[in-house]
Design a protein around this ligand. Structure first.
Ligand code: IMP
Ligand code: MG
Length: 203
C-alpha cells in the first residue's frame, strides 16, 4: 500500500486509509472548475447543492468557476433507505428562485445507487430549466441501481464506505480535509470518534 495513504497509528490504519488526500481533492476540484467555466462561457449557471454533504464541495467548486454563479440549497429527508424508497425523498428546503430558462447544475458529494440524484434531477427538470446537468465529486458506479451518468465527476469511487470532505459517518468527519475509505465499519460503529484526531488543520 502507498505509505502516504497510511494513517498515523495502527488502530486507525486498520480501520481506514486515505483514498483521496486534500491535495488530490484540491487539484481535481480546480480542474472541474476550469471545465465548467469553459462549458458555460457567457452563461450564469445555478448550482443546486443538497445539504449537508455537498456544501464543502460546492464552496470550493464555485470559487474555481470564473463565471457568475448562484448557489442554492436543498435539504431532503429520506423515507428509510434510498433503495426502499426508490429515491423518493421529502424536500425540507427548496430552491427559492424561478428556474425557468436557467442552466442548472446539481452539485452532489457522491452518487451511489443513483436513486437520489435521479429523483432530484427530475424535480429540477420539472421546473422549466433550460439545462440540468449533474456534477458529483465522487462517482460510485459499481453500486448503481438506476442509470445516472454525471456530466462531471471528480473521482471514480470504489465500492466502499467513504468519509470526509462533506461525507459523514453519524454526522462526524464532514470537516475532514481528506477523503477516507473506511474498511472496518464495525470498528467505527463501536467507536464513532475513532478517526476524530485526523480532523486537524491542513499542515
Ligand atoms: P444514492 O444511493 O446515490 O441515492 O446516494 C444517497 C446518499 O447516500 C448520498 O448523497 C450520500 O449522502 C450517501 N452516501 C452514499 N455513499 C456514501 C458513503 O460512502 N459515505 C457517506 N455517505 C454516502
Ligand atoms: Mg449521510
Amino acid at each position: 500500500m502507498d505509505p502516504d495513504r497510511l494513517l498515523p497509528c495502527n488502530a486507525m490504519a486498520e480501520v481506514a486509509r486515505v483514498l483521496f488526500g486534500r491535495e488530490d481533492v484540491r487539484r481535481r476540484v480546480a480542474e472541474l472548475g476550469r471545465t465548467i467555466t469553459g462549458d458555460y462561457v457567457g452563461r450564469e449557471p445555478v448550482f443546486v447543492t443538497v445539504l449537508k454533504g455537498g456544501a464543502m464541495f460546492l464552496a470550493d467548486l464555485m470559487r474555481a468557476v470564473h463565471l457568475p454563479v448562484e448557489p442554492h440549497f436543498m435539504a431532503i429527508s429520506r423515507y428509510g433507505d434510498a433503495e426502499e424508497s426508490l429515491g423518493r425523498v421529502q424536500i425540507l428546503l427548496d430552491v427559492d428562485i424561478d428556474l425557468t430558462g436557467r442552466d442548472v447544475i446539481l452539485v452532489e458529494d457522491i452518487v451511489d445507487t443513483g436513486l437520489t440524484s435521479r429523483y432530484l434531477l427530475s424535480v429540477l427538470r420539472s421546473r422549466g430549466a433550460a439545462t440540468v446537468e449533474l456534477c458529483t465529486l465522487l462517482d460510485k458506479t459499481a453500486r448503481r441501481i438506476v442509470p445516472v451518468q454525471p456530466r462531471y465527476a471528480g473521482f471514480e469511487c470504489p465500492d466502499a464506505f467513504v468519509v470526509g470532505y462533506g461525507l459523514d459517518f453519524q454526522e462526524r468527519y464532514r470537516n475532514l480535509a481528506d477523503i477516507l475509505e473506511v474498511f472496518d465499519q464495525g470498528a467505527l460503529r463501536a467507536d464513532p470518534d475513532l478517526l476524530q484526531s485526523l480532523v486537524a488543520p491542513a499542515a
